[in-house]
Ligand binder design. Structure first.
Ligand SMILES: Cc1cc2nc3c(=O)[nH]c(=O)nc-3n(C[C@H](O)[C@H](O)[C@H](O)COP(=O)(O)OP(=O)(O)OC[C@H]3O[C@@H](n4cnc5c(N)ncnc54)[C@H](O)[C@@H]3O)c2cc1C
Length: 265
């Protein structure tokens, strides 16, 4: 079984500033790590490899420093790692990002056929949750999002349980397919000493847009169909009102009238 896990390097904290001129995150100086949800995607890939046999490849699209999350992936049990890095990718929206990742996965597939692609549910910086389903659309593969459990792996398909708004449902998807997983699916392991040593020595394969045969007219901020009109940090205002009254009944009546005045009820 060949599983590809998609991981993104994101800021460690949610206290990241936005450049008011460009509307982009100011990433320089901010400590980064593997997107927390991607730890679960990678853990599921490594667990399935251990159970079924096979290999785990990890792909990221990101700037040079994103290599760190690929080495971290090796420490957590991945076998091969691939980085998509090119100025042509800069400022890509989810449509362009998923296009580039799908072209990268096509190239990995040419090296060794891919059975399963696993993404996290969302990132902690843009958190659209688009990428997994969009990769499946580009690659014309079935997709299951919000997967909380792998129920069974069959010879030609995988049975999963996914969260829905009012419960869960069990789906069977033929290989190759794409899953996006939620935190309930597993508990990511602690990196082993052996894994950390392997991470230092690991070879990171780096591909540009040309290497993966991507159409540059579909990449980067100028060619994205999404245009960010404005990004801003909402102003935090704290205001408290003490509800006065001689007793509980009076205070409750005053509270109700305040809520009505503010049109909250
Ligand atoms: C017009 C526009 C301009 C933008 N400009 C910038 C910019 O200049 N700089 C910038 O940093 N961001 C920019 N973004 C944000 C960027 O598009 C998204 O961060 C990116 O497309 C991934 O979407 P997401 O973070 O919402 O991922 P989600 O869809 O929430 O992620 C789901 C899963 O997909 C996988 N995944 C997501 N991204 C990657 C990745 N890069 N590599 C591998 N796997 C991944 C992970 O498994 C993740 O858990 C821009 C967005 C827009 C709309």
């Amino acid at each position: 079984m060949h599983i590809v896990a998609c991981v993104k390097q994101t800021p460690k904290s949610d206290n990241v500033k936005i450049d008011p001129a460009t509307g982009c995150l100011i990433r320089s100086g901010a400590a980064s790590a593997m997107n927390p949800f991607d730890e679960y995607a990678l853990e599921e890939a490594v667990t399935l490899k251990e159970q079924q046999g096979g290999t785990v490849s990890v792909i990221t699209m990101g700037p040079p420093q994103a290599e760190a999350v690929l080495r971290d992936s090796i420490a957590r049990g991945a076998d091969s790692v691939y980085q998509l890095g090119d100025v042509a990718f800069a400022g890509s929206d989810t449509w362009s990002t998923s296009y580039a990742l799908s072209k990268g996965i096509e190239k990995i597939n040419a090296i060794r056929p891919v059975d399963l692609i696993i993404c996290g549910k969302q990132t902690n910086d843009s958190d659209t949750g688009h990428i997994g389903p969009q990769i499946s659309a580009w690659l014309k593969m079935p997709n299951a999002a919000f997967v909380k459990k792998v129920v069974e792996v069959k010879e030609k398909s995988i049975v999963v349980e996914r969260l829905t708004e009012d419960g869960s449902e069990v789906l069977e998807l033929p290989f190759p397919c794409v899953l996006s997983v939620v935190k309930e699916i597993n508990s990511p392991r602690v990196r082993s000493v052996k894994g950390r040593m392997a991470a230092k020595r690991a070879q990171v394969t780096k591909w540009t847009a040309d290497d993966i045969g991507a159409d540059k007219n579909m990449l980067g901020v100028k060619n994205c169909p999404t245009h960010v009109v404005k990004s801003f940090v909402p102003k935090r205002e704290v205001c408290a009102v003490a509800v006065e009254g001689a007793n509980g009944k009076e205070k409750a009546a005053r509270l109700v009238s305040l809520l009505k005045e503010g049109k909250y009820i």
